[in-house]
Design a protein around this ligand. Structure first.
Ligand SMILES: *Cc1c(COP(=O)(O)O)cnc(C)c1O
Length: 820
């Protein structure tokens, strides 16, 4: 007899209405019953939370639909593992992608609340350093937009990237407390918790005939708990999940210790767990290198892999088809330990044979490389690795044996190539090379621009590429046009819609139609007017925050990005000093009024980067206060660069500075944001600038300086910066002025060592490229002096940058790597 109950029809909630009066009612309902506030006394933050909850409900409907769909279809899932997600604010993104902007605005207005005021209160989620983390955020939005069932996995840092303040022109780092008011976007998932171990020992068990099974007995254990944030695609087509892990203690309180009177010791486990996911390492393009960092990497990798395997087993009987149903993309080497972790879970926990596990693993993983700088490649001392992850160390040795056997079979490899291929760096102290692990454990290794991918094959991975010649491929980065055009630049978006219709909203490459308006003088007028309004907004921000008045009719020349010697903010500042000198020496000439804007954070331990910030501020003080300049040049360093500040600065730029030493910027994405918003780029042939030139046309971009090949040649043949400086009076004078303390009368030798670096080795080719850069800047002045030419070029930039949408990038990942 079958005694099961008849199936119950579970009623589904009716989709929610988007009528403003209904939403207004709901906002009051959330305010009252969820937040517990009377509308009469509610603070702006309460209104923000209530509004987010109302939008969030509408997202949830789509979220559940998206999740159900993938269970139904059995489609492949894509997992994007990244130690960083530089998300920024979500309110405008969610509202705009759900197409609720005017409705929610009206609903709030009917309650006497200005949406712009409360939207500005949302904290800027900075769970990342720079380009790599922002790429992950753009990809999450694009994967939802192009309807790929995807999960982002990362860490829910309590403190994201530090808040930057200026004290007398020096960077000061303050903790960023983005969770202070709670986070209405996230859902705590107590049921999605996994145990994560560290340290201890490995035992092998098994009979005489069976191969041994290994059991890891960790000495320390923590719980990884999930927090989910829904990520909405354009027009709400699909909602994916960003799942961030938080560390919890297994024993929140050690009662024995507590009862024995050791109240602090009783919280030991709790504190250790909290430390694990408390802060994001503020290092950008250089490895953080501390034990806690390796712990963070393993913690989130293991939690994510356990979660992926659990989900797979809900639908399939075993893991032999894992690679057909799962793709795991590693954003840089930070999650590369996942490769060893998957093998451990498959073999030790689920009993799969090693060779099969290795096969499945390689077909499941793919890896994105973000840097070529040899000093930036992650590696860990073998003793540390062995102590923290003893079983993974064994697995890495086992993989290495296989790989080196492969390599030995190919007679072409000599000892030096074998050494380069090995997962263990045997030169000096022995280290585990995470780049090599990521490479051999993946079926696809991609660079992030055409140039970077070529250089990857020739440099860091030359020998691995020769062993596995079909694995390296290119996926040029992109940016989401929703955040980086439609949301941050509504003025331009409206103008575009008026001119070429709405197609570009769903296909950014349709912006091409704008080409035919590039020389239309009525359109140029409107384009210029939109730019002017955006510049007024930035001028207001600068006036409000810094008390500096700037003229919106001056050229806005902007360099915003992490402060790094290879990005060459120093080249820009030296040129500002040279220009300052010229303006004073030649008052009779017709100088183009310019404001040079800078913004960016320096890694707290990066001495020269912090000194460059101080230099920018010292130079700004002198130039901005010198009446002889007659307002023709201003220098402004805006503190605390983040996504929200970028959203104001990018639409206001006339000139975009993308001037890295050629061969050193893997792609850049800041360059794309500016081009799309109608700025002219001054840049080197580096990263994606090369492809930008191909797309916008070389007459619509100002390229200068050495190529990557020339930089490599000069470095190997010997560079003589001193001779170059002696040949260039402008450069010599500017360097002399900085070095001798003209801008730092309180400490005349403050910048001497920094400038000596240019004289002595000039690794970043500041002297090497100076003349070409200064000349390119005067070319820019000439174009500016002819507005018809200027707007013709900048309009063509907007028209031809559509290819750099992250939707295009994601489609390429999906068809060529994930086959999803
Ligand atoms: C886009 C972006 C970056 C990356 O800028 P690059 O110029 O490519 O280095 C860094 N930080 C923030 C906040 C960004 O929005």
């Amino acid at each position: 007899m079958n005694n099961t109950l008849p199936p119950v029809e579970i009623p589904q909630p009716a989709p929610r209405s988007s009528r403003p009066e209904i939403m207004a009612e709901e906002i009051i309902e959330r305010l009252t019953y969820r937040i517990g506030k009377d509308a009469k006394v509610a603070k702006p933050h309460d209104w923000l939370t209530a509004a987010i909850l109302v939008v969030r409900d509408r997202i949830i409907d789509k979220w559940m639909e998206s999740t159900r769909k993938v269970y139904r279809t059995g489609d492949k899932r894509v997992y994007y593992l990244s130690l960083e997600f530089l998300i920024g604010r979500l309110m405008r993104d969610a509202v705009s992608n759900m197409e609720l902007l005017s409705e929610i605005k009206d609903a709030l207005a009917s309650l006497g609340v200005d949406i712009d005021v409360i939207a500005g209160l949302e904290p800027d989620a900075a769970l990342g350093n720079g380009g790599l983390g922002r790429l992950a955020a753009c990809f999450m939005e694009s994967m939802a937009t192009v309807d790929i069932p995807a999960y982002g996995y990362g860490i829910r840092y309590v403190h994201g990237l530090f808040r930057q303040q200026m004290a007398d022109g020096w960077q000061v780092e303050l903790p960023e407390n983005w969770l202070a008011h709670g986070n209405p976007w996230e859902f705590e998932r107590r049921e999605s918790s996994y145990e994560i171990g560290f340290g201890g020992s490995v035992e092998s068990v098994g009979g005489y005939d069976d191969p041994p099974r290994f059991v890891w007995k960790p000495a320390e254990r923590f719980i990884a708990m999930a927090y989910d944030t829904p990520i909405v695609g354009w027009r709400g087509k699909r909602v994916n999940t960003l799942r961030l892990w938080s560390a919890q203690p297994i024993d929140p309180i050690l009662l024995d210790a507590f009862n024995a009177g050791d109240h602090i010791g009783a919280l030991r486990e709790s504190n250790k767990a909290e430390t694990l996911t408390r802060v994001l390492y503020p290092a950008d393009a250089n490895p953080a290198g501390q034990e806690l960092r390796l712990r963070q990497e393993y913690f989130f990798s293991s939690a994510s892999l356990q979660d992926i395997l659990r989900r797979h087993l809900q639908q399939y009987p075993d893991f032999t088809n894992l690679h057909e149903k799962v793709s795991i993309q590693l954003n840089d080497t930070h999650p590369a330990i996942s490769i060893a972790e998957l093998i451990r879970l498959l073999c030790d926990v689920h009993g799969m044979d090693f060779d099969l596990a290795w096969d499945v693993t390689r077909q499941t993983f793919s890896y994105t490389n973000h840097t070529l700088l040899p000093e930036a490649l992650e590696s860990w001392p073998v003793p540390l690795f062995e102590r923290l992850l003893p079983r993974h160390m064994q697995i890495i040795y086992a993989i290495n044996t296989k790989i080196l056997l492969d390599a030995r079979k190919e007679k072409k490899f000599g000892d030096s190539q074998i050494r380069a291929i090995s997962l263990i760096d045997e030169g000096g102290d022995r280290r585990v090379r995470m780049g090599n692990l990521a490479f051999v454990g993946s079926h696809s290794i991609n660079g992030v621009s055409a140039l970077h991918t070529d250089l990857m094959k020739e440099t860091v991975f030359a020998d691995l590429h020769s062993l596995y010649p079909n694995r390296i491929n290119n996926k040029t980065n992109g940016i989401t046009p929703r955040r980086w055009l439609m949301q941050c630049n509504p003025g331009l978006t409206n103008l575009l819609r008026e001119a070429i219709g709405p197609e570009f909203e769903d296909n950014t490459e349709a912006l091409r139609a704008l080409d035919s308006f590039a020389d239309d003088s009525a359109f140029q007028q409107k384009f210029a007017e939109v730019k002017r309004q955006n510049k007024v907004q930035l001028a207001n921000l600068v006036a409000g925050r810094m008390g500096i008045r700037i003229d919106p009719s001056a050229m806005f020349d902007i360099q915003i990005k992490r402060i790094h010697e290879y990005k060459r903010q120093l080249l820009n500042i030296v040129e500002a000093v040279a220009l300052y000198d010229q303006i004073r020496s030649h008052p009779e000439l017709d100088w183009v009024p310019r404001v040079k804007f800078f913004a960016g954070k320096a890694a707290p331990s990066y001495h020269n980067a912090k000194l460059i910030i101080k230099l920018a501020n010292d130079v700004a003080r002198v130039i901005n206060n010198d009446p002889a300049v007659r307002g023709l040049l201003k220098v402004v360093f805006i503190p605390n660069y983040n996504v929200s500040l970028a959203e104001v600065m990018v639409p206001a730029a006339d000139l975009s500075e993308q001037i890295s030493t050629a061969g050193m910027e893997a792609s850049g994405t800041g360059n794309m944001k500016f081009g799309l918003n109608g700025a002219l780029t001054i840049g080197t042939l580096d990263g994606a600038n090369v492809e930008m030139r191909d797309h916008v046309g070389e007459e619509n971009i100002v390229i200068f300086g050495m190529t990557a090949d020339e930089v490599a040649r000069v470095r190997s043949e010997g560079h003589n910066p001193r001779a170059i400086i002696e040949q260039s009076r402008e450069l010599a004078q500017a360097l002399q002025a900085i070095s001798s303390g003209v801008f730092s009368p309180d400490d005349r030798s403050r910048f001497t060592a920094l400038i000596d670096g240019i004289y002595n080795h000039d690794w970043f080719m500041v002297a090497g490229d100076f003349d070409a850069y200064a000349k390119a800047q005067r070319d820019v002045d000439q174009i500016w002096a002819d507005p018809v030419s200027w707007y013709g070029k900048t309009i063509r930039n907007t028209a031809r940058m559509g290819w750099f949408s992250s939707d295009r990038t994601i489609r390429q990942y999906a068809s060529e790597i994930w086959r999803a």
